[in-house]
Design a protein around this ligand. Sequence first.
Ligand code: BGC
Length: 547
Amino acid sequence: MPGGAVTLVGATRVDRVEAPVTIKAYFMCAFAAFGGIFFGYDSGYINGVMAMNYFIREFQGLPYPPAGATEDEKKYFVLPSWKKSLITSILSAGTFFGALIAGDLADFIGRRLTIIGGCGIFIVGVILQTASASLGLLVAGRLIAGFGVGFVSAIIILYMSEIAPKKVRGAIVSGYQFCITIGILLASCVDYGTQNRMDSGSYRIPIAIQMLWAIILAIGLFFLPDSPRYYVKRGKIDLAASVLARVRGQPVDSEFIQQELAEIVANHEYELQIIPQGSYFNSWKQCFTGGLSTPSSNLRRTILGASLQMMQQWTGINFIFYFGTTFFKDLGTISNPFLISLITTLVNVCSTPISFWAIERVGRRPLLIWGAVGMFVCEFIVAIIGVTDGGNKEAIKAMISFICIYIFFFATTWGPGAWVVIGEIFPLPIRSRGVGIATASNWLWNCIIAVITPYMVGTDRGNLGARVFFIWGSLCVLCWIYAYLLIPETKGLTLEQVDRMMEETTPRTSAKWVPTTTFAQEMGLTDKGTLDPAIVEDVERKGSVGV
Ligand code: BGC
């Protein structure tokens, strides 16, 4: 309500810029992590389904392989590569656009409603896929479901980063990564359970089950409040105060809540002064302004978010999760490649919780730097064993062990780290779009890698075999250099402090930075210690006209 400026006590001490949090409030913040299940399950289930005989029969219009068919005859029952590629990659196309559009919507209808809307779109897509018995409907369903996954995957990160308390923000967002890994695991278990069915339930069950994740997430979010930072952006300071009180579990008139809110408001006003907003197109343009040479410019932050997600895909992790089964099979000496895939998936799930602790204790920057080192060392070892002694059973066991150690490094560092950092580096005026662009980049590279990898390793194509790990290893060396040069340390800071830290330091000096002043102090406090009403009024006015 412009003109009715709320009075907010401004913090003058840097340790008073965030209210204390109750256990219930912690759980509220952690619930949204559940959205990771979508991401993991949806990208995971299709691999198993595409190998199911019934599915292939249905979608190729072929008779079922007769009982007693030889292995050679069964090979006939394989989907052609172009169909596999289309069915797999159409999801990423949907998620790519979904993430970009959701970044936009989240500023208009709110983070929470955008996620709930994403669940609705996803359910429509899943219904179409479940009903499908032809390629057209399946592809359309996956495109629409992908759209929904794009909404959810981008905005969950934004929502969680904005409501989580600073001390556990990294751990809570890592919870999202944990749910991704559980989603991948669940998908392979369900596929395993239905693969031998002789009816359409073989593929319809794994597809339809996904609706459950969407329903649980949407219902849960229905009861959760929106992000206070969203309300500040829309100029609704009263509402921001009441939702902040809910997510912190404090009374709305408590001084803690006022101080935290004053800080968010003052920071937003500060950003609005540097980044004047305008028309719709202008607000998109803002993501690309400020020049390349200024480390804290919007352009640099947008590039940082998008490239960090690109590098996460370059680590080669999805080579294991998308093509692991085929890779292990092609090595020739493994009797049960499915089991090995299950093991790699389990290593992923079991290692991720270590990041809850490490991301807050060790910090984002060291985790990404040392994680890349761990990964490239393992990848080079796998490649070297593969080219020198690849036919030997013992050597293959060693390769698998190093692949598991590699997954351990990914799951404890780059897996969660990339998501945590993109939620933290953008200032409020461009945050939702920045996170949307970064998430879209994850899906774009996810798709590119899914499309080109079969050509690199396919026995009828590049046939690189274990040598492909030289490529992933070299890309991880780039990840290491990238993290060293470009990733700032954001642990323990509020999002507003991160904003300031990025202005005042370089990535290499960022870990030593400590806040010395508050935004409320800097922007203006009255004699009574309250935030200058003119600031609150300005934020209310600008927010109400959508700038
Ligand atoms: C990545 C996914 C990957 C998953 C594996 C995520 O952080 O973005 O592409 O499949 O981790 O756990």
